[in-house]
Design a protein around this ligand. Structure first.
Ligand code: FMN
Length: 336
């Protein structure tokens, strides 16, 4: 995938890995809007895969492809074991998390603190590559704490690429490991897009994607003037309908009107299966709340999903009612 993209100058649009957000139900929704976007799982810790309930952690819907599994860990042996186990599930890519600053992650010595240990990351990548049948990639920051990104990032990149990484996604800000919450670490350290562009210029043969603070597809297209890929996290999650333009604007496919009724029906069928298997409607609909931001009826849509979907015994009629609240053909005055 990455080699072909680089060779042909094709760009990749990805929805970022986000713990508690990009679960299989969220990815199914996103996939209804874009057939091409690369979707990432939440980070799953290698130990959990080795010792935990594999089907629950790794199972997903066959419509989700292309889908990348993100792993957390810093032990090459455990990571390679996790990659081997995940091999049975048919993910299209395995990604190593070197960007997450949360306490939970730091205590396990993985995530962003590994920016300080590029040789460990390189060993992990090499071990993962040795067993993976799909591309192995890294998602990192530009540095942590008092590191000088201009000094450490080129060295970090060189090492992970030499170890076999097929692509590197860079969140264009530092993580400050002490004193900031994970949320603050996505907002407070300043973005340095120029440095990430420079990394791409200096590594023309390496697929490098950019992440961090990209608000919409206009901005995504601007970044793609400099980069091989763009990764959107919060904007894609909170303003989900932007994904409906990705296949056209990023992948050059014919422009099409979104099929909102088709989406409704797909989500109702998916939710019905999920409930029949013992799940709760709310686990599906909570990812849909940001679907129609800015459209007439969006507030009512959100209200219905947030209140009615959590009631005991709630079924797919809630999705139907929520969609009925949206005016899909507003007159110009109503939009204003
Ligand atoms: C709720 C949430 C959970 C996240 N979980 C992960 C994760 O599991 N792995 C990871 O590499 N980054 C994680 N991130 C960081 C995002 O992948 C992304 O790097 C960050 O949000 C910046 O991109 P954005 O500005 O487009 O949101 C998370 C972000 C959010 C908002």
């Amino acid at each position: 995938m990455y080699r072909q993209a680089l060779a042909n100058g094709e760009k990749i649009f990805a929805v970022a890995p986000m713990i508690d957000w990009t679960d299989t139900r969220c990815r199914f929704l996103h996939r209804q809007l874009s057939k091409r976007a690369l979707l990432y799982t939440e980070m799953i810790v290698a130990d959990a895969i080795i010792h935990g309930q594999r089907d629950r952690l790794l199972g997903y819907h066959d419509q989700e492809h292309p889908v990348a599994l993100q792993l957390g860990g810093s032990d090459p042996v455990k990571l390679s074991e996790a990659v081997r186990i995940a091999g049975d599930y048919g993910y299209d890519e395995i990604n190593l998390n070197v960007g997450c600053p949360s306490d939970r992650v730091q205590s396990g010595t993985f995530g962003a603190c590994l920016m300080r240990e590029p040789e460990v990351v390189a060993q992990c990548v090499a071990a993962m590559k040795a067993v993976a049948k799909v591309p192995v990639t890294v998602k990192c920051r530009i540095g942590v704490d008092d590191q000088e990104p201009e000094a450490v990032l080129p060295d970090f990149l060189a090492r992970v690429v030499a170890a076999g990484a097929d692509a590197v996604w860079i969140h264009a800000r530092k993580a400050w490991l002490q004193g900031l919450s994970p949320k603050e670490n996505r907002e407070v350290p300043p973005l340095d897009y120029e440095l990430v562009y420079r990394m791409k210029r200096e590594n023309p043969d390496v697929f490098i994607g950019i992440n961090g603070g990209i608000a919409d597809l206009d901005q995504a297209c601007d970044h793609l003037q400099h980069m091989d890929g763009v990764m959107l996290g919060r904007a894609a999650y909170h303003n989900t309908s932007i994904l409906a333009d990705v296949d056209h604007r990023i992948y050059g496919e014919e422009a099409r009107q979104p099929d909102w009724m088709g989406l409704r029906d797909a989500m109702m069928a998916y939710a019905a299966d999920y409930i029949a298997a013992g799940g709760r409607l709310n686990h599906v609909t909570r990812h849909m709340v940001g679907l129609f931001q800015g459209m007439p009826g969006a507030r009512r849509f959100r209200q219905i999903l947030s209140s009615d979907a959590t009631r005991p015994g709630a079924g797919t009629e809630v999705i139907e009612a929520a969609f009925a609240a949206i005016d899909f053909n507003p007159t110009k005055e109503m939009v204003g």
